[in-house]
Write a protein that binds this ligand. Structure first.
Ligand SMILES: [Zn+2]
Length: 142
């Protein structure tokens, strides 16, 4: 079973996010965070980055940005650019892939991608690090 809640509207896989992982792995204090995040949707923020500027996401008229006729809009392009440049994560491609194979399979792919080859633990993309063994890795850099 894969949690749909980990598929953010903007194409981010929440399972690789620092805010999600520090909470899940009980590292809040150790890493200096206050609340962490259980995933965009559970937190009812419905996409932390785009929601404030997107009435469709706010009103839950769409689940994913690819459902929008403006896809990819300027807001999405902005965050996509940031993630491509900083972490080699392509959100627009993620969304297209999600649409193509369905959210369950997409989540499975993402989970596998962010699984540490050393220990089977979970990789945080923001720290480019496995939170289970400390392995420094960005799975998007081959
Ligand atoms: Zn590891």
């Amino acid at each position: 079973m894969y949690e749909k809640n980990l598929a953010a509207p903007c194409g981010i896989y929440c399972g690789m996010c620092r805010q999600y992982l520090v909470l899940k792995k009980d590292l809040l204090e150790e890493r200096g965070f206050k609340i962490g995040c259980k995933g965009c949707r559970i937190r009812h923020k419905n996409c932390a980055f785009i929601r404030r500027d997107c009435p469709k996401l706010r009103k839950k008229e769409i689940d994913f940005c690819y459902e929008c006729e403006k896809f990819p809009c300027q807001n999405l392009k902005k965050i996509d650019k940031t993630y491509r440049e900083r972490y080699f994560v392509n959100l627009i491609e993620n969304l297209k892939r999600n649409k193509e194979i369905g959210v369950d399979r997409w989540l499975q792919e993402q989970k596998e991608l962010y699984t540490c080859p050393e220990c089977g633990g979970e990789i945080c993309i923001h720290d480019e690090e496995c939170y289970d063994c400390g392995n420094k890795i960005n799975p998007n850099i081959k």
